[in-house]
Design a binder for this molecule. Structure first.
Ligand code: PMP
Length: 464
């Protein structure tokens, strides 16, 4: 590794430091400090390179975020130039030029009249701030009772107390005290959980459940509906066609704010700047974003809110109402400069058009895995997709054996040179958006081998 970007790096020291001092966001605490996850030395394009110099395709694009790939000099230069020019200013009583320009450029590509942009430090703070905006909104309008939030099981919205409480995956709840009486869960739009129903029947059932839930709580008490366009961390669950538009119509009827959590889908993942309108047919009241806004080079998130909502709580309508909510690092100049450079690269390289082109190939590749042993379902939209594997593919239940099977596939893929996002029995791929058709073939080929190897393992007695 002498002349590689990771040459100065001592893997032994890093391993010792990590084992003794790092607490990562996901730890089996009984084994804290005993094992080591793969050490990533550096990244190049769609690849990461580990401590042994092994090049691995970054199947999940980090965490659905490294849109333009690793090692882009344009971003490094923008970060460096901004850090030298103005590394920080307080967003509470000053303004910087990168954040103002970025707000304008984001407003230009959001749907509808979502033209006012608030910047945060990442996805959780983006969703948290959007929800807190709805509190502010209803308080200013003199409706303190209208505070309830409706969310879906299997959704994921972040790791602050409020956003974790809005997340419907049980392991986010284990050992944390986040339950809130003002949050209500409705069904995930996962058709696998409704055997025997057609897509249209399932959609009617979901809309009815939403209406019934509002009626039960009282529409004068429901403030917001919060939803990802597709449930990403919940297992790439794509709702029935027309779902979001139907739900939005119900929201409008009851004066409920529709928040689209586009932390995963924005900035190109589905071939558009934002997926809500152009891919999923809905113009939300608020859209949250993070991840792809900087392609993961530096942390940044935010939300865009409609002029219609802003008008109701500003100017003549808001005498004496002070909006005080934000972060030391809201509108951070270096992060915003990185995001501007990222948007430039996406435009200059035609990345949205590229995604729309290669997404067809990606979908065909994933669907070609149907028929392999244990493959129960394949779901794909844009450059995000998954293969759901079950020991018995006809079973509606997901057991620990299924999760072990998923883990085996991930491990085989890693050994063969492909990182797969581990999500229990679901193998997720959401590669950097610059991936070529040949690289997609390579990625799918490795996943195919990983599934076949894991299937062969299952024929052997599985170690407990
Ligand atoms: N919303 C969605 C839809 C997400 O997928 C995530 C993170 N995976 C978040 C919010 C939270 O973002 P962050 O981890 O940047 O705080």
């Amino acid at each position: 590794m002498s002349d590689t970007p990771g040459a100065q790096w001592n893997a032994g020291d890093t391993e010792a430091d990590a084992k003794s001092h790092l607490l990562s966001p996901s730890e089996e605490m009984a084994k804290l400090g005993q094992s080591m996850r793969p050490l990533i030395a550096y990244g190049e394009g769609i690849h990461v390179v580990d401590a042994h110099g092994r090049r691995i395709i970054d199947g999940p694009a980090g965490m659905w975020c490294t849109q333009i790939g690793y090692g882009r000099k344009e971003i490094a230069d923008a970060v460096s130039a901004q850090a030298l020019k103005l590394s920080y200013n307080s967003p509470w009583y000053t303004t910087n030029s990168p954040s103002a320009e970025l707000a304008r450029r984001i407003a230009e590509v959001t749907p509808g009249d979502l033209n006012r942009v608030f910047f945060t430090t990442g996805g959780s703070t983006a969703v948290d701030s959007a929800l807190r905006f709805t509190e502010f909104y209803n308080n200013v309008l003199g409706r303190p009772e209208k505070k309830h939030i409706i969310v879906r099981r299997e959704g994921y919205h972040g790791s602050t107390s409020l956003t974790a409480a809005c997340s419907g995956r049980s392991f986010n709840w284990q050992n944390f005290d986040i339950a809130s009486p003002r949050i209500t869960f409705i069904s995930s739009p996962n058709i696998r959980q409704a055997p025997g129903l057609s897509e249209a029947q399932f959609l009617d059932q979901l809309v009815r459940e939403f209406e019934d839930t509002i009626a039960k709580i009282g529409s004068d008490k429901v403030a917001a509906f919060l939803a990802e366009p597709l449930l990403a961390s919940g297992g790439v669950i794509i709702p029935p066609k027309g779902y979001h538009a139907r739900i939005k119509a119900v929201c409008e009827e009851h004066d409920i704010i529709y928040i689209s959590d586009e932390v995963v889908t924005a900035f190109g993942r589905c071939g558009e700047w934002f997926a809500s309108e152009k891919v999923f047919g809905v113009v939300p009241d608020i859209i949250t974003f993070a991840k792809g806004v900087t392609s993961g080079y530096v942390p940044l998130g935010g939300f865009a809110v409609s002029e219609r909502l802003i008008a109701k709580v500003s100017g003549e309508n808001a005498k004496g109402s002070y909006y005080s909510n934000g972060y030391t690092y809201s509108s951070h100049p270096v992060s915003c400069a990185a995001a501007l450079a990222n948007m430039d690269v996406i435009e200059k390289d035609g990345i949205l058009e590229h995604v729309r082109d290669v997404a067809v190939h990606f979908a065909e590749g994933l669907r070609s895995l149907k028929g392999l042993p244990h493959v129960a379902d394949i779901r794909v939209e844009g450059l995000v997709g998954c293969v759901e594997c079950l020991v018995d593919p006809s079973s509606p239940e997901v057991t620990d054996r299924d999760k072990k099977l998923g883990g085996r596939i991930d491990t085989h893929c890693f050994d063969l040179g492909l990182l797969v996002r581990p999500l229990g029995n679901i193998c997720v791929l959401s590669p950097p958006l610059i991936i070529t058709k040949a690289e997609i073939d390579q990625m799918i080929g490795i996943l195919r081998q990983g599934i076949l190897k894991a299937a062969a393992d299952l024929k052997e007695p599985v170690a407990a």
